[in-house]
Design a protein around this ligand. Structure first.
Ligand code: KG4
Ligand code: ZN
Length: 358
């Protein structure tokens, strides 16, 4: 069973051919980072234009690299949401046209479920119940997965996603876009204990995340300590590397502390940590330490599968196709698509106050 995966929810145009859902035959990713760097973040209009230009080339290359043609493909899986509407529509419309013209079954995949399945290629099979921390530029969620395909939101961010906080702090420090990899690079020479950031307090006591106060605290620290942004090709000074390392530690501590506490209560058999921020070595090390205290394995995707790609979409789609799920060709992009919730708790409105002090 060969699945063609297509991903275009944000700023990567990607296609992949995957066998059964656990073996990658090809994975092509065309990144738009260079086009958006100038603007310090993703510009939605530019993103959809680039997807439109690239999608055909990227899908053709994925088929060619896998040495197959469309006639060999038994199902197409496309990211249906959440994401940017203009970007999603390019992938969804393209996938629908292929499915219709070649008479291939099509399924729409939730992008976040795709990140959960990014661990399917290089790790032993996930044992359920599982728990997944999905951390990227657009999402920060902790899910409990009592059985395959069923998700319950345990924690979510009240404001910024963790990757978004990395990107904003990267910008403040003059490190360019995306901030995550740049902060990690300079944090290696900094002291993570140099600046103490207090923990976010969620007033209703839910185990949620919050990063916007931390971002404000970093901004205040920069102002009060007269820290200059790093100029291009300049080596950052100790004050900057200390701040980067301390900020990174605050984000990692908050993510891992919550994951460990919830895992102590819910007793999953596997932990999954995925999404762009899962590239971060400090997060990987802290997650491994937590997993070893819990006595369970933690699975990460390798770094090229942590950021957005289509292999993970094909893997998540494989299960749905095997279960004979077939959306009608009238299905469309869904920018606020949610993972199937076991209850309605995930849909509550986020109105409580969040406090964060330096
Ligand atoms: O999953 P992804 O490619 O796209 C979204 O779905 O958002 O994640 C991109 C995010 C960016 O915010 C980027 O700064 C962050 O992942 N990121 C990192 C690292 N590499 C990428 N954050 C921290 N450390 C890294 N090494
Ligand atoms: Zn993503």
């Amino acid at each position: 069973m060969l699945i063609l995966g297509i991903e275009s929810s944000c700023d990567e145009t990607a296609a992949a051919v995957v066998r059964r859902g656990d073996e990658i035959l090809s994975s092509v990713i065309s990144s738009q980072i260079e086009s958006h760097r100038l603007f310090g973040g993703v510009v939605p209009e530019l993103a959809s234009r680039e997807h439109l230009e690239k999608i055909e080339v990227v899908v053709d290359k994925a088929l060619k690299d896998a040495d197959v043609d469309l006639a060999d493909i038994s199902g197409i899986a496309v990211t249906q949401g959440p994401g940017l509407i203009g970007s999603l529509l390019i992938g969804v419309c393209y996938a629908k046209s292929l499915a219709y013209s070649q008479d291939i079954p099509l399924v729409g995949v939730n992008h976040i479920e795709g990140h959960v399945y990014s661990v399917a290629f290089e790790n032993p099979a996930v044992e359920y119940p599982a728990m997944a921390l999905i951390v990227s530029g657009g999402h920060t969620n902790l899910f409990s997965i009592p059985e395959e395909g069923k998700y319950k939101v345990i924690s979510r961010t009240r404001d910024d996603a963790a990757g978004e906080a990395f990107d904003k702090v990267g910008k403040m420090l003059g490190l360019g876009y995306p901030g995550g990899p740049a902060i990690e690079r300079i944090a290696v020479s900094g002291d993570p204990k140099a600046v103490k950031f207090s923990k976010a307090k969620i007033s209703d006591g839910r185990p949620d995340f919050s990063f916007s106060g931390l971002k404000t605290a970093v901004s205040r620290y920069i102002r009060e300590n007269e820290i200059e942004p790093v100029a291009a090709d300049e080596t950052p000074n100790q004050a900057v590397t200390d701040l980067a390392a301390s900020f990174q530690k605050a984000v990692v501590d908050s993510l891992v502390r919550t994951m460990e506490k919830q895992a102590q209560e819910l007793r999953p058999r596997t932990l999954i940590v995925a999404g762009g921020v899962a590239c971060n070595e400090a997060l990987r090390q802290a997650s491994k330490a937590a997993a070893s205290r819990l006595g369970i394995p933690v699975y990460f995707p390798s770094k090229h599968l942590s950021t957005d790609n289509a292999a993970m979409i094909a893997a998540a789609g494989a299960r749905r196709l095997a279960a004979a799920e077939r959306p009608s060709l009238t299905m469309s992009a869904d920018i606020t698509m949610r993972l199937q919730n076991l209850d309605n708790e995930g849909d509550f409105l986020l109105r409580s106050k969040v406090r964060y002090k330096l």
